[in-house]
Design a protein around this ligand. Structure first.
Ligand SMILES: C[S@@+](CC[C@H](N)C(=O)[O-])C[C@H]1O[C@@H](n2cnc3c(N)ncnc32)[C@H](O)[C@@H]1O
Length: 275
């Protein structure tokens, strides 16, 4: 009988596989809960099954590990994911940190929504960390919403989920903050091959004149209670957004924030005078 350690070392020699992905794959087959626990038990006897070999073959072919093991860790919580939702990214964890930081000085009970919630990673994490907030989340895709609802159940958080495009599910709601990681890639050629092959295209791609940024920013005019909008995006949106805010004479300030790799990745837009 072989051991976990022997198999792990063997797999580490496979070109293109990361140690993290191999551990995720082994974790999925065993009763260990964390990577640390697994690493402490590398001397356990273990024989890979044919199911394991099939999953390994998918990994070697380039399928994201999160879809193979049907989950991904985001802000220290396990989220269910499947090909109907984007795999939550580390950049989006930075968006959570930005929102927590910027809202520190605001009142404790905020009514916020996450538009384009996908797996529900943003909405569920914010609700987990700010229990006094009222959190809503919407998506155009009902299959994505099913995943988000499962994640909210697993994390034991109450989120007001609604189906619909852009702000339509939230008409007449006294919303105070919008957090969104909308589809924002303009050129499909810039998308990684494995991302394009496996992740939902409607979660990635946007046309400049049909983006979610437009209706969300207009909410500063239609929702008087709205104090802030936090977006994940890429720098290519900067000229469009600055022109949009100027053209619509919105009484807001905009701050461009860089991610850990020094790329402009977030926009924090705040109403100058709260009504
Ligand atoms: C980039 S993914 C973000 C998923 C998740 N919030 C995250 O950060 O991991 C964008 C999401 O927006 C949704 N979406 C696309 N167009 C939309 C629209 N017009 N209205 C609402 N949601 C939309 C997609 O279905 C997808 O789930």
């Amino acid at each position: 009988m072989s051991t976990l350690g022997k198999l792990y070392k063997e797999l580490l020699k496979t070109p293109g596989l990361t140690a993290f992905d191999i551990r995720e794959l082994i974790l999925f087959e065993t009763s260990f809960k964390t990577h640390d626990e697994l690493l402490l038990h590398l001397d356990s006897p273990w024989q890979p099954t044919s199911v394991f070999s099939n999953r390994l073959a998918r990994l070697i072919k380039g399928e994201p590990i999160a879809y193979i093991v049907e989950s991904s860790t985001f802000f220290q919580h396990r989220f269910i994911v499947n090909p109907n939702v984007l795999i939550p990214r580390p950049e989006t964890e930075e968006l959570i940190n930005l929102v927590l930081e910027k809202t520190k000085s605001m009142k404790q009970t905020l009514h916020i929504i996450d538009i384009g919630t996908g797996s529900g990673a943003i909405a569920c994490t914010l609700k987990k960390l700010r229990q006094e907030w009222s959190v809503g989340a919407s998506d155009i895709d009902s299959k994505a919403l099913e995943v988000a609802k499962q994640n909210a159940n697993n994390l034991n958080v109450h989120i007001d989920f609604r189906k619909g495009s852009d702000l339509q599910p939230w008409v007449d709601e006294p919303i105070e903050g919008i957090v969104s990681n909308p589809p924002y890639i303009l050129d499909p050629k810039t998308i990684d091959e494995s991302v394009w092959a496996y992740e939902p295209h409607h979660a990635l791609l946007s046309k400049q004149d049909e983006s979610l940024f437009d209706p969300i920013l207009r909410a500063f005019n239609t929702i008087p209670t709205l104090r802030f909008v936090a977006f994940e995006l890429f720098e290519g949106w900067k000229p469009w957004m600055e022109m949009f805010l100027h053209h619509h004479s919105l009484d807001v300030s905009i701050e461009w924030i860089r991610d850990i790799n020094q790329k402009v990745r977030f926009a924090w837009i705040e109403r100058k005078r709260i009504k």
